[in-house]
Design a protein around this ligand. Structure first.
Ligand SMILES: [Mg+2]
Length: 251
């Protein structure tokens, strides 16, 4: 078995969790921002329209792997409510910022995460690869929690144009970490992006089930889409001490 030289990580529900209340608050901030901009929408009717649009666009990404952006969902929801406002309208950009402001201060590191990264950093090249539609917000989150300096590479689907499980994003991770695909692991919580994805790219996945095993309350993905349990044998770890055992055993 080739020696492991690099480790890739998912972000949400792998290194950190978001308080479940953040999603509701985010939507309310978004709607408040639209109303302040003079676009009058009803709270409940817009929430429903926004969720339908988000699901439609997120499901669309599963067909070709291309990432979407919240401005398209907001525009589509507004159009469905009789407001002909395009995705590049500045009022929508402001609403997107208002939406993501709800996540700041509501993200919590999984216990032991910084210590784990500190120990691994001397020995392995470390990469972060996350599905996130609005990269500036994700960079702000990882900066605020002190995660950024621990990574040699940070890749965000919203910058790559494609999202996990598409093989293109994993190939980028391999390239940027300067390793062969046999020399790395990818660790994440959500089976389709984090297990099916790396496997398709020839990378060994590790399923991280801390949040599920401990029953930690956490916001689901933005559109609430969670994939089914993985098929076949997959290495599963429940906390960071399990990862150290795994690496010591040489896999
Ligand atoms: Mg995740």
């Amino acid at each position: 078995m080739p020696h492991i030289q690099a480790i890739g990580f998912d972000l949400f529900n792998t290194l950190l969790t978001i308080e479940p209340s953040a999603l509701e608050d985010a939507l309310e901030r978004l709607i408040h921002s639209l109303n302040l901009s003079g676009i009058t929408v009803g709270m409940e009717s817009f929430k429903k329209a926004h969720m339908e649009a988000a699901l439609r666009f997120i499901n669309g990404t599963r067909i070709d792997g291309r990432e979407t952006h919240n401005r398209f969902w907001i525009s589509a929801a507004l159009v469905s409510q009789g407001h002909e406002i395009g995705p590049d309208d500045s009022r929508i950009a402001e609403a997107v910022d208002a939406y993501f402001s709800a996540f700041m201060g509501r993200c919590r590191l999984i216990p032991g995460t910084i210590e784990m990264l500190r120990v691994l950093k001397g020995t392995y090249r470390l990469g972060l690869l996350s599905n996130f539609t609005h990269p500036p917000a994700m960079r702000e989150i990882i900066d605020s929690l002190g995660l950024t300096p621990h990574f040699d590479v940070v890749l965000i689907s919203g910058e790559l144009g494609y999202r996990k499980p598409h093989p293109l994003v994993f190939r980028r991770l391999i390239e940027e970490l300067c390793v062969h695909r046999d020399q790395m692991l990818y660790i994440g919580d959500d089976p389709e992006p984090d297990i099916v994805g790396p496997r398709q790219a020839g990378i060994r996945p590790v399923w991280f089930t801390y949040v599920r095993d401990k029953g930690v309350p956490s916001a689901p993905g933005i559109a609430g889409v969670m994939s089914e349990d993985p098929e076949g044998d997959v290495t599963r770890i429940s906390e960071w001490s399990d990862l150290f055992s795994l690496l010591e055993k040489g896999f």
